[in-house]
Write a protein that binds this ligand. Structure first.
Ligand code: SF4
Length: 382
């Protein structure tokens, strides 16, 4: 496929271990690199001249983390700590934590006490965006983060710098949307689900300037490219938490399905919608990161319905025939949402299946379940 020529410059094996050639280049210019967990306003770090790299963990076997936590925390979060304990985060100048879920709070605490890095900062993000006090509180938290970054770099962050960074990330969001439309093209997708996932993951661990350059090459190539795979495959919408391991996509493809859209934490939900800019870009950022990201860690009234509508609209837009939920084992926030989403999707006549992912999704048992699921859909009985 033509697209492979673009992606050959961005191999995941090279990029996911936190220290990658793009980070080296950034640091060789005397600039800092910070790791962060999702829901941190990365635009603010970028505006400060700091490269924000999403901590995506590893799907390797965990050894060191067992001394700190029992395996009843999700693999993803523990794997970030494992990287730290193995000194694989030592190239970072700092980490920005956020209280997205209790697991991450514990993991950030453990990182701070066990992994020596020059800077740690914790962003408190309210879980109910519907109350006015939450909005005021989070604005103060984002101002605190800005002040901390200014102290670290010794340079003030101007509104213009924030605006430019927001505009850059907005361009990325726009390109991601364009690729999403082409990706699951009906009746034959232009991109396999695993390639689309690879593109999304790459974008989280390289500089945004480089990501935009990469993304801009993709739509013209896809327009020329033949469709990928056959029309008989069951079109799947993949929903859920972080999925760094591509084996689930490959398993779905090997058993007769194809992922045409997603709302994964590590996929399209990470990129989100455009940030609207006003005269006060800092407040635009704080409001966006509190209110606009559909996420199961939020307890805002109507949040579960909002997620359901997001999934339904993607299912419709991309002609998905079924929804597979991929959840990290022991992920409470996603598990809490799940019964509501499953019931409502079943009521809408959409076949659903749930997959629990620990280190990897690859297993013979799952292969058999997927085969049966796709055969049932093609056989017409749900
Ligand atoms: S997968 Fe779930 S438990 Fe793990 S960090 Fe994400 S929200 Fe928290």
């Amino acid at each position: 496929m033509v697209i492979d020529t673009v992606l050959s410059n961005y191999s995941l094996e090279l990029l996911l271990p936190v220290q990658n050639p793009f980070i080296n280049k950034w640091q060789s210019q005397g600039k800092k690199v910070f790791g962060y967990f999702c829901k941190v306003p990365k635009e603010l770090l970028h505006a400060a001249g700091i490269l924000p790299i999403r901590l995506l963990g590893t799907f390797q076997e965990l050894k060191e983390t067992h001394q700190h936590f029992p395996p009843v925390f999700c693999h993803y979060a523990r794997s970030v700590l494992e990287l730290g304990l193995n000194k694989e985060l030592s190239s970072l100048d700092g980490i920005i934590g956020v209280n997205m879920c209790d697991t991450i709070v514990h993991i950030v605490n453990a990182l701070e006490t066990s992994v020596a890095l020059p800077h740690y900062h914790f962003l408190n993000r309210p879980h109910d965006a519907g109350v006015r006090s939450a909005r005021i509180f989070f604005r103060k938290e984002v101002i605190k983060l800005k002040n901390r970054l200014e102290t670290i770099t010794g340079t003030p962050i101007t509104p213009d710098q924030i605006k430019r960074s927001v505009e850059l990330y907005n361009q990325i969001r726009e390109m991601v949307k364009k690729i999403e439309v082409l990706r699951g093209k009906f009746p034959q997708p232009k991109l396999s689900g695993s390639t689309a996932a690879q593109i999304a993951l790459i974008g989280q661990v390289i500089p945004p300037e480089e990501n935009l350059k990469m993304l801009k090459q993709i739509p013209p190539l896809l327009a020329k490219q033949d469709a990928s795979g056959d029309q008989e495959r069951v079109r799947i919408h993949l929903s859920g938490s972080v999925l760094q391991d591509l084996s689930l996509y490959q398993l779905i493809e090997e058993t007769g399905g194809t992922v045409v859209s997603d709302d994964l934490c590590s996929g399209s939900r990470f990129f989100g919608e455009q940030i609207e800019l006003t005269d006060d870009p800092l407040f635009c950022l704080s409001d966006y990161y509190l209110q606009n990201l559909s996420c199961p860690v939020m307890h805002t009234k109507g949040e579960d319905e909002k997620r359901l509508q997001d999934i339904l609209s993607k299912v419709e837009q991309h002609h998905a025939e079924a929804v597979i939920f991929s959840l990290q084992k022991f992920c409470d926030p996603h598990q809490f949402d799940l019964p509501y989403l499953l019931n409502r999707l079943r009521e809408a006549g959409i076949p659903v299946m749930t997959v629990e992912v620990d280190r990897s999704a690859n297993s013979q048992q799952l292969r058999t379940r997927l085969q049966a699921f796709f055969e049932t859909i093609r056989g017409g009985s749900l």
